[in-house]
Write a protein that binds this ligand. Structure first.
Ligand SMILES: [Zn+2]
Ligand SMILES: [Zn+2]
Length: 137
């Protein structure tokens, strides 16, 4: 897998780079990910926030309460609306990066499906990897 990677939003205003490989890779089937991204599920790689550098552009954010009472913050480009990062107050030193914004994500290999209990019936799921009904701690 790639040891470092970079990505950008749709319009190109926001460019970022990550200096390490992800600590965790997952698909999330929760309602919040569905609604905020518009897809039937969301794919993330999680990294330590100090490994992530935003090289250009501006990020706006939106915070909301999760079903567990934590605060989740989505970071997006105000010009094109692409959502790039997510942060959860339960693990505030970690950033989730939306895999679709990574320039070359051919190495992406989720090790788990989280909120698998909420996936849409038509969403295929890999039975070879772990499935959590909610977000594991
Ligand atoms: Zn943009
Ligand atoms: Zn989610």
């Amino acid at each position: 897998m790639a040891h470092e990677f970079s990505g950008r939003c749709l319009c190109g205003a926001v460019e970022y780079a990550c200096a390490s490989e992800p600590m965790f890779q997952a698909n999330c089937h929760c309602d919040d990910c569905r609604r905020s991204g518009g897809g039937v599920y969301a794919s993330f790689v999680f990294v330590s926030e100090n490994m992530l550098t935003v090289n250009s552009g501006e990020l706006h954010s939106f915070s909301h309460e999760t079903d567990r009472g934590n605060t989740a913050t989505k970071y997006f480009c105000p010009k094109c609306g692409s959502q790039l990062f997510t942060r959860n107050s339960a693990n505030s030193g970690r950033r989730g990066i939306r895999v679709g914004t990574i320039t070359d994500a051919s190495w992406f290999q989720p090790s788990a499906n989280v909120y698998a209990g909420r996936r849409l019936p038509s969403t295929p799921i890999d039975d070879e990897i772990k499935a959590f009904d909610e977000m594991p701690d």
